[in-house]
Structure formats: structure tokens, C-alpha cells
Write a protein that binds this ligand. Structure first.
Ligand SMILES: NC(=O)C1=CN([C@@H]2O[C@H](COP(=O)(O)OP(=O)(O)OC[C@H]3O[C@@H](n4cnc5c(N)ncnc54)[C@H](OP(=O)(O)O)[C@@H]3O)[C@@H](O)[C@H]2O)C=CC1
Ligand SMILES: O=C(O)C1=N[C@H](C(=O)O)C[C@H](O)C1
Length: 250
């Protein structure tokens, strides 16, 4: 089998530069493009890539992915900022490219993917669930894509189990201390010097608590997930959200 031709967009960033190294070091891949913010995305066409890996910023990712889909290029996206509206627009675009696949993966770390799965399993059994995400101070968006995805999965699992709204007597919160409510699940974002990427998922019922925690200390944690996604995406079509759908953990 011939090597998969890969192009990285955002190749000078923290994630992108690490992805370039991981692709160059792994068997079965050849890196044919490494684009930074000043490189026109059209260069990806000359490089004849099979798979693009998009690791840029929330403000650029939607236009980049639209261009790649319109040119029939399978795309693995690690960039965050994919709202429900953006995802709907992408689904519409993909309908015109039925052979093309996009994976939007809010988190490529296996620990984070498993924590989200465990959270989904735990969700129906507890009255309360809240999420604390802690990141480095260079992060542009809040809450993290992982926290949004976790909250949505917890909310769906609670709804499927027929659980009522969570108990919460708060009737005054002038400073927003209860955080963001995503599908009814409260999410709290901390930005702290010295931290990297961390998430705690807290569950509670009368007399007991369960806390799930996932920590990534370095961008190296995300590389095996990126390589798995690049290896697998050629077998898929349409849009998947979450690496779990490529790992049989959905
Ligand atoms: N899914 C996952 O597992 C993970 C996802 N992330 C997410 O990935 C994204 C990138 O994170 P990180 O690498 O830390 O961020 P960085 O800021 O280190 O890197 C972003 C890079 O994108 C470049 N860039 C911006 N716009 C464009 C464009 N239009 N075309 C090409 N390159 C562009 C920037 O270039 P310049 O500096 O010149 O503007 C910069 O080099 C974030 O959304 C983050 O949340 C992060 C870690 C794990
Ligand atoms: O910006 C980061 O660093 C990370 N971003 C992703 C997110 O927003 O969930 C994944 C991980 O948390 C690291």
C-alpha cells in the first residue's frame, strides 16, 4: 500500500509543529505540505494530499475546512470553536461531496476520550454533574472544545435516561459564578500559568460523589490520536465529531 500523503495546516503552531514531526517519524505517511498562516491554502492542492490535518485557530478553521471539503480532501480537524451552526454548515457542504470525510476531534488524547466515555456512562446515575476545565493562559477560546463536547454527551445521556433538570436553588448570580450552562450542564473555565490541559468531571448524588479527571501535560499526548485519525479517515465519509467514533468508543 502506498504512503498516505498528508498536509498540515497551522504547521508552525504548538500542535501543528508537533504533528509535522509525528507524521514525518511514523511509517505509512509522507508529509507533502506544511502551511503556516501566511501561506495560501491553495498550496495544499499542488501537494496532492490525501488527508489534511487542520490545527489553526477558531477564527480560521471554518474557512479552511470549507476550502478542503470543496476540493474533496479528507480532513482531520483538531481546532476548536465548532459551534452547532458551524457544524450544520459543514454538513450541508459535505452533502455535495459524498466521498469526502471530516473528523472534528475536540480532543485527540486517549485519556480524554475515555474520560468522556466514562462520563457518559456515569451520567444517568447521578443527580448533579458539572465540569471544570483548566488550561494554559495562551488558549484563545473558552470553554474548551473538550468541555463543550463532554457537557453535550452528559446532557444527552441524562435526557436518554429521562432524568429531570439538576437540583440547583441558585436564584441570584450577578457575576456569572455558576459558569456557562451547556445543554444544562455547568462548565467552569480556569486559565492558569503553569497548566496545560486538564478536565474534571464531577458527579454527585445524595451522600456520594464521583470525580473523573484527565490531564495532558504535553502536546505529545495528542499525536497517537492524530495518527489514528489520519490512518482511518480514508475509510469514512461525511462528518464525525469526536475521536471516539473512530475508536469504537462512541
Ligand atoms: N483536538 C485536540 O486534541 C487539541 C486541540 N487543540 C486546539 O488546536 C488549536 C491550535 O492549538 P495550538 O497549536 O495550541 O495553537 P497555536 O496558537 O500554537 O497554533 C495555531 C497556529 O495556527 C496558525 N494559523 C492561524 N491562522 C491560520 C491560517 N489561516 N492558516 C494556517 N495557519 C494558521 C498560527 O499562525 P500565526 O501564529 O502565524 O498566526 C499558529 O501557528 C486550538 O483551537 C486548540 O484549542 C489544542 C490541543 C489539542
Ligand atoms: O487549546 C488547548 O490546549 C487544547 N484545546 C482543546 C480543547 O479546547 O478542548 C483540547 C485540549 O483541551 C487542549
Amino acid at each position: 500500500m502506498s504512503d498516505i500523503r498528508v498536509g498540515v495546516i497551522g504547521a508552525q503552531g504548538r500542535m501543528g509543529s508537533h504533528a509535522v514531526e509525528a507524521i514525518e517519524a511514523a511509517d505509512g505517511f509522507v508529509l507533502t505540505a506544511a502551511l503556516g498562516s501566511s501561506d495560501p491554502i491553495e498550496q495544499i492542492l499542488d501537494a496532492k494530499v490525501d488527508v489534511a490535518v487542520e490545527l489553526t485557530v477558531p477564527g480560521a478553521t471554518e474557512a479552511n475546512v470549507a476550502f478542503l471539503v470543496d476540493h474533496g480532501i479528507d480532513t482531520v480537524v483538531g481546532t476548536t470553536g465548532w459551534t452547532a451552526e458551524r457544524l450544520d454548515g459543514l454538513r450541508t457542504r459535505l452533502a455535495d461531496q459524498p466521498q469526502t470525510a471530516v473528523l472534528i476531534a475536540p480532543n485527540f488524547s486517549i485519556g480524554a476520550v475515555l474520560a468522556m466515555r466514562f462520563a457518559e456512562l456515569a451520567a444517568p446515575y447521578f443527580d448533579s454533574a458539572e465540569i471544570l476545565e483548566i488550561h494554559h493562559t495562551r488558549k484563545l477560546d473558552a470553554p474548551s472544545g473538550t468541555a463543550v463536547h463532554t457537557a453535550q454527551r452528559i446532557a444527552r445521556a441524562r435526557a436518554d435516561a429521562g432524568l429531570p433538570d439538576m437540583p440547583d436553588a441558585t436564584d441570584s448570580d450577578p457575576h456569572g459564578a455558576r459558569g456557562a450552562a451547556i445543554d444544562g450542564v455547568h462548565v467552569h473555565a480556569v486559565r492558569q500559568q503553569g497548566m496545560n490541559a486538564h478536565e474534571e468531571i464531577m458527579f454527585g448524588s445524595d451522600g456520594e460523589a464521583l470525580t473523573l479527571r484527565t490531564d495532558t501535560f504535553s502536546t505529545s499526548a495528542f499525536m497517537p490520536g492524530i495518527l489514528t485519525a489520519v490512518r482511518t479517515i480514508g475509510e469514512r465519509s461525511g462528518l464525525d465529531v469526536g475521536l471516539e467514533s473512530y475508536l469504537d468508543l462512541a
